[in-house]
Design a protein around this ligand. Structure first.
Ligand SMILES: [Zn+2]
Ligand SMILES: [Zn+2]
Length: 222
C-alpha cells in the first residue's frame, strides 16, 4: 500500500480564504517582521520581470496596470505616506471590514490592532503595478511574492495590503475618503482575535476570541 502521508498541503475552504490566509500561520508573536527589504527597480527591469515565468503574476490583478487604469471606475483613491504607491478601488463597499487584534497584526503594524477591508483582486488597481512594492511572506519568512503575503511600500514601508490566494485585505487608513458616507462603507462590523487584545473596546460590535464564526464570542465588559 502506498503511503500518502508525504507533504500534505493545507486545504483552504473557498469561502474562508480571508480567515485562513490571514491567520493560519499566526503562531502568536512568532512573526518575523523583516519586511524592510528594498526592491527599487528601474522601469525597464520591471517590464523585463513581467516576461519571466516567475514574474507573470505582475500581469494579473491586482498588479496589472496602465490600460485597465484608464478604464476602471475609480470609487476610492489611496496613497501611501510617501506618495510613491497609489491605487484605486473600483468597488464602493468592501466585502467585509474588521478590526484584527492578532499578534501578527500587532507586530507587523506596530499598533494595538489593525483595520482591514476585504476586496476581490479585480477591484484593486495600482497606478504602477507591482513597481515600488515590497513583499513579505510571514509563513516562509522571505521577501518574494509568494501567497499569502504582506505588501508594503518599499520606500516608506507603509503597509498596503495582505494578498491572499483569492482575495486582498487592504488597510483603509491610507484611503483619501471623499466624504463621511464614503468612509462609512468601510465601518468595521466586528473584532477578531479579540482574546489577544491590548485594550478593551466597548463599541457593541461582535468580538470573536479568534476567527469569526469559528470561535467564541467575548462579551463587552461594563
Ligand atoms: Zn510610500
Ligand atoms: Zn491579524
Amino acid at each position: 500500500m502506498v503511503s500518502e502521508t508525504s507533504v500534505k498541503k493545507r486545504k483552504i475552504p473557498a469561502d474562508e480564504h480571508y480567515n485562513e490566509e490571514h491567520h493560519a500561520t499566526s503562531k502568536d508573536g512568532l512573526a518575523h517582521p523583516n519586511k524592510a527589504h528594498n526592491t527599487v527597480r528601474t522601469h525597464e527591469e520591471e517590464e523585463k520581470l513581467k516576461t519571466t515565468e516567475e514574474g507573470s503574476w505582475r500581469n494579473n490583478p491586482p498588479y496589472r496596470t496602465h490600460d485597465e487604469n484608464e478604464t476602471c471606475e475609480k470609487k476610492h483613491t489611496a496613497q501611501c505616506k510617501c506618495g510613491r504607491i497609489k491605487y484605486w478601488l473600483s468597488r464602493e463597499k468592501p466585502l467585509a471590514s474588521k478590526f484584527c487584534h492578532c499578534k501578527d497584526c500587532q507586530s507587523l503594524h506596530g499598533a494595538p490592532f489593525q483595520w482591514a477591508a476585504v476586496f476581490e483582486k479585480n477591484d484593486l488597481h495600482f497606478e504602477n503595478g507591482a513597481k515600488g512594492l515590497a513583499f513579505y511572506s510571514s509563513e516562509k519568512n522571505h521577501t518574494h511574492h509568494d501567497l499569502p503575503c504582506k505588501v508594503s511600500c518599499s520606500y516608506c514601508h507603509a503597509p498596503i495590503l495582505d494578498e491572499g490566494r483569492n482575495m486582498v485585505l487592504i488597510f483603509p487608513a491610507i484611503i483619501k475618503f471623499v466624504s463621511p458616507e464614503a468612509k462609512k462603507a468601510f465601518d468595521p462590523t466586528m473584532h477578531i482575535f479579540y482574546s489577544r487584545r491590548v485594550v478593551d473596546i466597548k463599541d457593541g460590535k461582535p468580538k470573536w476570541s479568534e476567527l469569526d464564526k469559528q470561535s467564541e464570542l467575548i462579551k463587552d465588559v461594563d
